[in-house]
Design a protein around this ligand. Structure first.
Ligand SMILES: *[C@@H]1O[C@H](CO)[C@@H](O)[C@H](O)[C@H]1NC(C)=O
Ligand SMILES: *[C@@H]1O[C@H](CO)[C@@H](O)[C@H](O)[C@H]1NC(C)=O
Ligand SMILES: [Zn+2]
Ligand SMILES: [Zn+2]
Length: 417
């Protein structure tokens, strides 16, 4: 077994390039990732590891640099092909041959500012502080089962996205020209005559460039020069076991994007979806589908026949939300009163983020008893006979109105309604 240690040694030797982390892994994407996915990964990760967000953290800084490097290699179709075939070493040789991926500089901050503007840094806490965009709220409905078992739920949100074609410049050739009308000020002085011969000067937003100070000669064909597009974006919502109905989950910086501001947060309200009557559901229906939830507890109504409620000797198998069986039963001779509630310990919802191991609420089962609408004539006769015999033996039987302690109506002062 000399082989394994030898392998490990190779990685420790100065041949670092050989063992540098795979670019796809680094960006957390597939080998088949599209250009859009690469950009998206870069956008997310570069913000996460930006030195401004991780002050005095060399690990994060290193990662920020590596992510930029991975992006520049993979976003260039030719270089990506070389990387796919010959790895880091191949790319290195290609670059030493005078090629530079992406055509741009190799400064990770340059790349960052191409995406986010602002000179490669986050705004806030100084000059050049960037405006923050509005946050966005959406409601996502998931079945009760997902709250019970925990689940990853995919959803899509349509939002404003920076145009990928022009990377938010609005220009087909990447060129923005200083606005001729306002000389790049974004503002113009206008004279208004407020009385004959009397003028007032007013500063107004330049209408030629809409206050931006620059114009585009060749507008980007994809966004028409607006610099952004409407696009659907896919997200994954991790529903944790026992999360409360209405829980808020925040996706930092995932609201509407614009080159003019740092995107606000996407806020997801996790809601419980009503079970659909009729129609099949994903994951199949179980009794649990129709449980009602209150916090950590679950509620269920079970129907018993008159015979079962009165005579006992019955079993019910409830299929819980994850498919396990909760058995309810009574032996012969055990009566269940209509409306009685049985509390089954530990068969409720999982307690969200319970600290010492899993913990569950209770399942409350309320019993309803149904009497038969119709009796078979023979059966009716037999029952009648039994009851008559019993009444005679007990001299009229039980008088519920008297025996239940109800006050006897007074003879005097009684008023007819
Ligand atoms: C530095 O950043 C890395 C990567 O984000 C993180 O795992 C680590 O905890 C950070 N270290 C400190 C001291 O903040
Ligand atoms: C309930 O499930 C048990 C096994 O868990 C089985 O033996 C029994 O027959 C089932 N009863 C009914 C009424 O389905
Ligand atoms: Zn202008
Ligand atoms: Zn565009």
């Amino acid at each position: 077994m000399l082989f394994l240690p030898a392998l490990a040694l190779i990685c420790l030797l100065p041949l670092l390039a050989l063992c540098a982390e795979d670019y796809y892994t680094l960006l957390g994407i597939d080998k088949s990732a599209s250009e859009r996915q690469i950009k998206k990964a870069y956008r997310t990760l570069s913000k996460k590891y930006h030195p401004d967000k991780n002050p005095a953290n060399d690990t994060a800084h290193q990662k920020f640099v590596e992510i930029a490097e991975a992006y520049e290699v993979l976003i260039d179709a030719d270089v990506r092909k070389i990387y796919d075939q010959h790895g880091h070493e191949g790319v290195k040789q290609h670059q030493q041959g005078g090629h530079r991926p992406g055509g741009g500089g190799h400064d990770p901050f340059d790349l960052f500012s191409r995406f986010f503007g602002g000179g490669g840094h986050f705004g806030g806490g100084g000059q050049g502080g960037q405006r923050r965009g509005p946050s966005m709220e959406v409601r996502i409905h998931v079945p009760l089962r997902n709250f019970y078992t925990g689940a990853a739920h995919d959803f899509k949100v349509e939002k404003q996205a920076i145009c990928e074609k022009c990377e938010g410049s609005g220009s087909e050739d990447g060129q923005r020209d200083t606005c001729a009308k306002c000389n790049g000020q974004g503002m113009v002085i206008q004279k208004h005559m407020i009385a004959p011969g009397l003028f007032q000067q007013m500063q107004m937003q330049c209408d030629a460039c809409a206050g931006k100070g620059s114009t585009v000669k060749h507008k980007c064909k994809v966004c028409g020069g607006s610099r952004h597009v409407r696009a659907e974006e896919a997200f994954e919502l991790v529903v944790e076991k026992g999360m409360p109905d209405g829980a808020r989950v925040t996706y930092e910086g995932e609201a509407d994007e614009s080159p003019d501001y740092v995107a606000g947060d996407l806020i997801v309200h996790l809601m419980q979806q009503e079970p659909a009557r009729g129609g099949e559901e994903e994951g199949g229906r179980t009794d649990g589908t129709f449980f009602r939830r209150k916090g950590d507890h679950l509620f269920w109504r079970e129907v018993l026949s008159l015979r079962e409620a009165w005579m006992g000797d019955w079993t019910r198998n409830l299929t819980h939300l994850d498919g396990h069986i909760v058995q309810l039963s009574r032996k012969r001779g055990v009566v269940v009163q209509p409306g009685a509630v049985e509390v089954v310990d530990g068969e409720g919802m999982p307690v969200w983020r319970h600290e010492d191991g899993p913990e569950y609420g209770n399942l409350h089962v309320e019993y309803t008893v149904v009497l038969p609408d119709q009796l078979d004539q023979g059966v009716e006769k037999e029952f009648w006979g039994v009851w008559e015999k019993w009444r005679k033996k007990n001299k009229g039987g039980v008088q519920l109105d008297r025996d239940s302690g109800r006050p006897t109506p007074k003879e005097h002062g009684h008023e007819e309604l």
